[in-house]
Write a protein that binds this ligand. Structure first.
Ligand SMILES: Nc1nc2c(ncn2[C@@H]2O[C@H](COP(=O)(O)OP(=O)(O)OP(=O)(O)O)[C@@H](O)[C@H]2O)c(=O)[nH]1
Length: 457
């Protein structure tokens, strides 16, 4: 048996199909989901740019802090270098010790000062713990000599390191070459404790929001990272900022730690997708209800056959199509069940329904796919047959009579109805659908009368 709500076959009804409703629902969902992603993309790009600006400003802050800490060291070293330049040949060890002691007392992270005359270290302050440094000859140190030589050649103070110190531990060394009358006299080295220096430089920068790393840019080879996580230099989220230090460069990498915004992004995304799903579903349900309404308006709910309205439309279409094949015929068959009321009265309305459904199904299975059988109303059905001829219509009518009158089994009973049929042929009988229907109805009535007469005689 056919379902009550069948899909209209015509292309013009495509907009009222369930498939269209499903596609429209999916399209609404996809479009909204894409819109959510695009908006989130804009939002993220903007947030990213803001975060990078903030990171850059933080990196600038770090650079300023390190510079100010470094300036304190340079200031001390330059002062001592001034003394050495003035007093070169008259240097008195006790005087140097006193100056060094004074400078050391006022400096925070300076581990020691070392003064070399020529290339050999002569004086160190404080002496305790640094005895090993006295007598150290730079020109014989494979690791230190290239740097020392560069400082002398460049004639400018150079920040070296962090390096492993002769006296143990890690240090930053500020080397300052002393020249007397343009001739190299000796080297002043100020050794700064790396950890202490960096801690006091960056203590103000200690921040829950950012992580950072600092590296020395080598002339050759990769940067040497001496503070923080080296991976930051490879991170796409990190910003890099370089800074000049005496005769060299440091590089800062700064990244904001996982921002609370990431969680918010996910919530926004979930909310957006939820809205997209709900609106997609709403669109589907809306169109589905329209489909159902349209089907209710065009199909008979008991038999699933086209109703009178759709039949009239199809008949109209069939007649307009006929113009293309004028030699063929179009048949309109009006069918009315006889003694149907008696089935209702004797076996109940439900049994009558089954009879109507069965008759509808039998006729539907008999006709071709392009033809139409519709419920005209009550126990009346109408068949439209296209591209046919008179003989074929007669054969079809005979088969339909047989099909309708073949007993129908309902609850173990074989119920039988009679049938009256009236046929009108286009264009022989009429050329308008109204006229054809009228003629077919009239002939069906005559058929019924004939049957009645035959039964009574
Ligand atoms: N079960 C059922 N009965 C229906 C339905 N629609 C109409 N009917 C009944 O079908 C009958 C149609 O009336 P008639 O055509 O006069 O009945 P009939 O016994 O076939 O009369 P003749 O055609 O003169 O033989 C009425 O009794 C209606 O109540 C329906 O959907 N289901």
């Amino acid at each position: 048996m056919h379902t009550a709500f069948e899909k209209p076959e015509r292309a013009s009804l495509w907009l009222h199909s369930l498939l269209f409703a499903r596609i429209a629902g999916v399209v609404v969902f996809v479009v909204l989901a894409i819109a959510v992603e695009v908006l989130l993309g804009f939002h993220n790009a903007e947030t990213d740019a803001t975060r990078k600006m903030e990171s850059l400003s933080f990196a600038g802050n770090l650079r300023a802090l390190a510079e100010s800490e470094l300036n304190a060291v340079l200031f001390l070293s330059n002062g001592l270098a001034g003394y050495l330049t003035v007093s070169q040949d008259r240097i008195r060890p006790d005087e140097i010790q006193a100056i060094q002691a004074e400078l050391h007392r006022n400096s925070r992270n300076v581990r020691n000062f070392a003064i070399a005359q020529g290339y050999v270290i002569r004086w160190v302050y404080p002496q305790a713990g640094n005895e090993k440094a006295v007598g150290f000859d730079y020109s014989r140190s494979e690791s230190q000599w290239p740097g020392v030589k560069r400082t002398i050649d460049d004639k400018r103070g150079t920040l070296v390191g962090p390096v492993r110190l002769v006296q143990g531990g890690m240090g930053l060394i500020y080397r300052y070459p002393v020249f007397v009358k343009d001739k190299y006299w000796g080297m002043l080295s100020t050794v700064v404790d790396v950890d202490g220096f960096l801690r006091s430089a960056f203590k103000e920068a200690a921040n829950q929001r950012y992580e950072f790393a600092v590296a020395v840019l080598a002339e050759k080879g990769p940067p040497h990272v001496f503070w923080g996580n080296p991976a930051l230099f490879q991170s796409p989220d990190a910003v890099l900022l370089d800074a000049n230090v005496p005769n060299g460069k440091w590089l800062y990498a700064v990244r904001q730690k996982a921002a609370p915004g990431q969680l918010r992004d996910w919530s926004l995304r979930m909310l957006g997708w939820l809205m997209a799903s709900l609106l997609g579903l709403a669109m589907y349900l809306l169109l589905k209800s329209r489909v159902e309404l349209a089907q209710l308006a065009l199909f008979d709910t008991l038999t699933g056959l086209p109703n009178r309205r759709l039949l009239e439309d199809r008949l109209h279409q069939a007649l307009s199509r006929h113009g293309r094949r004028p030699a063929s015929r179009c048949g309109l068959i009006f069918i009315d069940l006889d003694k149907f009321k008696a089935i209702n009265d004797t076996h109940g309305h439900k049994a009558g329904d089954v009879v109507l459904q069965t008759v509808a199904q039998r006729i539907r299975e008999e006709i071709r796919a392009g033809d139409t059988v519709a419920r005209w109303g009550g126990d009346e059905l109408v068949v439209v047959v296209e591209e046919t001829d008179t003989a074929k219509i007669e054969q079809l009518v005979a088969r339909l009579r047989e099909l309708v009158t073949t007993p129908i089994e309902v609850d173990g009973l074989a119920l039988k109805v009679g049938v009256s049929v009236g046929v009108a042929i286009f264009p022989d009988d009429a050329t308008s659908s109204t006229k054809l229907l009228k003629i077919a109805d009239q002939r069906m009535y005559e058929d019924k009368q004939r049957e009645r007469t035959e039964q009574t005689s």
